[in-house]
Design a protein around this ligand. Structure first.
Ligand SMILES: [Zn+2]
Length: 59
């Protein structure tokens, strides 16, 4: 007996990133998954740092 389906070496095809999270689909089994984009440079990171400042001021 050969059970291929149980051990899928997911081959993720990930959408082009348009936010902190990208959606990927496994080419082999069609499974969907979410992938965090590790972007540490400027961008939306600025917003979060601003939010942190606001929080600090509030406390
Ligand atoms: Zn898979």
């Amino acid at each position: 007996m050969v059970e291929k389906s149980n051990e899928c070496q997911h081959h993720w095809v990930i959408d082009s990133p348009n936010g902190p999270v990208s959606v990927g689909v496994c080419k082999n089994c069609g499974k969907h998954g979410e992938f965090r984009n590790s972007i540490q440079s400027s961008g939306w990171d600025r917003d979060s740092s601003q939010a942190k400042r606001a929080r600090q001021n509030a406390r």
